[in-house]
Design a protein around this ligand. Structure first.
Ligand code: PEP
Ligand code: MN
Length: 352
């Protein structure tokens, strides 16, 4: 259920409704919009009619059931776009088109440093790099784990770029939280519900990637697990799905971007690298994602892709990444976006 307060509802009336929701055994989630306050009451669906009585409380405009299987992630609950601020970095979900770039995996200090410097110079605002790698084969390079996280921290210090890195298991949460500015949950863990609940207890931004066989609705339900814990800082990522097409590694579901934007207030990135699996197509898919309304990109870049231990074939060389950033910068104004970092204050006004 969502409880929509009147436009001029007083703070004590909002507090009264929150208290009543708790008394009825539900968890209140408050969304303070420009116009009015909306309170989501989340809990056991079977007794939701009890909440209907709230419509006679002072300050309440209406009580509306959300019939979708996700609630806090839906536009019904929050009409305005969610903005996710990254520590020492950009705000995701506002006017700025946020590019996160770097190697698939952290391999060595030289590789990470060279790549990070190159993506920063080209205009990326977040550094990506995996230390815990979810590899399909157990014999493939599995990542440098803690040592990789330490390298990310060192390069973060040198370049000032905040870091997004993957977390695979609950047991690593405290460790990864010490180093990551954004916790990445990969395609293979998008329905690992205990892990989603656990990251929901933190307040770290979470980059939640769509699974290769996960529908948009299932992705939004996965996000709901994180939001339920009180962590509002969720960024979704379309990274390609499995189709009958074998010319590319996956198929970028470009339509998922406007669909998610309509159904949810959460920001959406696109990952053109894992979507296609070949560096040759990354440029075109990136421009398409920007034009389709994505809030940014997650792109694989490697200083020497031919030597990469993982995903070299889909990684851009620095000069190609530079060219991509120039092209994105040219296209952005045509679709109401900007690649240059926005001032936090002006970003607070979400784009429609
Ligand atoms: C990644 O971004 O490093 C990754 C493993 O991607 P995905 O989870 O989308 O396969
Ligand atoms: Mn990769």
């Amino acid at each position: 259920m969502i409880i929509v307060m009147k436009t001029k509802a007083k703070e004590e009336q909002v507090e009264g409704v929150i208290k009543k929701i708790q008394e009825l055994g539900y968890r209140p989630h408050v969304s303070r919009g420009v116009e009015r306050v909306i309170i989501g009451a989340v809990g056991d669906e079977r007794h939701r009619t009890r909440l209907q009585a709230l419509d006679s409380m002072p300050g309440v405009d209406s009580v509306i059931p959300i019939l979708k299987p996700y609630k806090l992630a839906s536009r019904d609950f929050k009409a305005e776009n969610t903005l996710v601020p990254i520590d020492d970095g950009p705000v995701v979900g506002g006017k700025q088109f946020v590019v996160m770039a770097g190697p698939c995996s952290v391999e060595s200090m030289d590789q990470l440093r060279e790549t990070a410097r190159a993506v920063k110079e080209a205009g990326a605002s977040v550094l990506r790099g995996g230390a815990f790698k979810p590899r399909t084969s157990p014999y493939s390079f599995q990542g440098l784990e803690k040592e990789g996280l330490e390298m990310l921290a060192e390069v973060r210090k040198e370049t000032g770029l905040p870091v997004v890195t993957e977390i695979m298991t609950i047991g690593d949460l405290d460790l990864v939280c010490q180093y990551a500015d954004i916790l990445q949950i990969g395609a293979r863990n998008v329905q690992n519900y205990p892990l989603l609940r656990k990251v929901g207890t933190t307040r770290k931004p979470v980059l939640l990637k769509r699974g290769m066989m996960v529908t948009v609705e299932e992705l939004l339900m996965a996000a709901e697990y994180i939001l339920m814990g009180g962590n509002q800082n969720v960024i979704l990522c379309e990274r390609g799905i499995r189709t009958f097409e074998t010319a590319t590694r996956n198929t970028l579901d470009i339509s998922a971007i406007p669909v998610i934007k309509e159904k949810s207030h959460l920001p959406v990135l696109a990952d053109p690298s894992h979507s296609c699996g070949y560096w040759q197509y990354v440029h075109a898919l990136s421009l398409a994602a920007l034009a389709a309304g994505a809030d940014g990109l997650l792109v694989e870049v490697h200083s020497r892709p031919q030597e990469a231990l993982c995903d070299g074939g889909q990684s851009l060389k620095p000069e190609k990444f530079h060219r991509l950033m120039d092209a994105l910068r040219n296209l952005a104004p045509a679709v109401g976006r900007d690649l240059s970092p926005q001032v936090r204050g002006s970003n607070a006004r979400a784009i429609a």
